[in-house]
Design a protein around this ligand. Structure first.
Ligand code: F6P
Length: 374
């Protein structure tokens, strides 16, 4: 019988983390009479003296619309060490955390995070400590769930940015590049590019050619639309080129992507003579209030995670499937990154409405010859 559960948030923050915490606390306390403990600063709060605090209904009041995480988070730390041979998970760190959890009287853990956090959670499960995961990330790159919370809010923010870039690009006859987040997956770029009416979308999954980018920009100029809007995923790469990084990473931290947007804007200017600018949307995509969808999804996930623990489920993640929440094995969630299938329906739709992915072999196949294409 579960008496006390702990909540931990890990990795980059995402809109909706506090909504999960609120829902989990309310469900645990009101529905099942459990005690809830919040672990501060991700799993790091479970080491040494431990940094934890009691969470009751009073502590979660007003949290639904609040961005960030009241528990704090880290996306580097002692639980994963990066070395020349890849990542390792130091056994003694996990044992210390588990023994601290036991000392605190915690029976089970709800780990809210992305791929890295859920991989750490999986280790707790392997050591026999009960854990349930909740999928978070603006990148939407977790396998085994149709959506992660945070993604829809990031998408709204990127789409609004594209709307705003349209008016300034049009006024100045410029090419504007918007670099969005997403790591090695192009979900934010693809979805915002379609919903924000971009002319080009550059994805990690479809390597692009600068010649094709310029061709599209010139084509738009030629047919009277004197501006172009380009969305570049931070992980986008040129054919025969690599990803762009602003930081190489070290023993404790992953390399940081960034720079492809500036590169593309510079190259458009150089190769076409067209005035070009780049905007890096960055952490604006993660900050602030979750939208209505993410509040709902986060609440559903938080509550479902507690119910899963209560049912006796362990080593699983709550996941969205056909508008319902179900549970999937944690190992399935972390097995692969979910990336954009280059032949997916939305990619096809984007092409149908005139968006280019600047693939070297990209040809427009029309059922009849179009008069002009802007
Ligand atoms: O995974 C979420 C994310 O925002 C990525 O899209 C981005 O590459 C990364 O985190 C940035 O992390 P940091 O918080 O270290 O800048």
């Amino acid at each position: 019988m579960l008496k006390t559960i702990a909540l931990v948030t890990g990795g980059g923050d995402a809109p909706g983390l506090n909504a999960v915490i609120r829902a989990a606390v309310k469900t645990a306390v009101h529905e099942y009479g459990m005690r809830v403990i919040g672990v501060e600063d991700s799993f790091e709060g479970l080491l040494g003296e431990t940094r934890v605090r009691e969470l009751g209904p009073a502590e979660v009041r007003g949290l639904l619309p609040r961005g960030g995480t009241i528990l704090g988070t880290r996306n580097r730390g002692a639980f994963v060490v990066r070395g020349p041979g890849g990542e390792t998970k130091p056994e003694e760190v996990y044992r210390e955390a588990v023994s601290n959890l036991e000392r605190l009287g915690v029976d089970a853990l709800v780990a809210i995070g992305g791929e890295g956090t859920l991989a750490i959670a999986h280790e707790f499960d392997r050591l026999g400590f009960p854990v349930v995961g909740v999928p978070k990330t603006i990148d939407n790159d977790l396998a085994a769930t149709e959506l992660t919370f945070g993604f829809m809010t990031a998408l709204d923010i990127a789409t609004e940015a594209l709307d705003r870039l349209h008016t300034t690009a049009e006024s100045h006859d410029r090419a504007m590049v918007l670099e969005v987040m997403g790591r090695h997956a192009g979900w934010i770029a693809l979805h915002s590019g379609v919903s924000g009416g971009a002319d080009l979308i550059l994805l990690p999954e479809i390597p692009f050619s600068m010649a094709k980018v310029c061709e599209k920009v010139r084509q738009r100029d030629a047919c009277g639309a004197q501006f172009s809007i380009i969305v570049a995923a931070e992980g986008a790469k040129e054919v025969e080129g690599g990803e762009h990084y602003v930081e190489a990473g070290d023993r404790s931290s992953a390399p940081r992507l960034g720079g492809v947007g500036h590169h593309v804007a510079y190259e458009i200017g150089r190769l076409t003579g067209k005035e070009s600018r780049c905007v890096v949307l960055g952490h604006l995509q993660r900050g602030g209030s979750p939208n209505a969808f993410d509040r709902m999804l986060a609440t559903n996930f938080g509550s479902a995670a507690v119910r899963a623990l209560r049912r006796g489920q362990r080593g699983v993640m709550v996941a969205l499937h056909a508008a319902n929440i179900r549970t999937v094995p944690l190992r399935d969630a972390i097995a692969n990154l979910k990336t954009v299938p280059p032949e997916s329906q939305l990619v096809r739709t984007a092409r149908d409405v005139g968006i280019s992915f600047a693939a070297p072999d990209e040809e427009r196949h029309h059922e009849h010859e179009p008069r002009e294409e802007c």
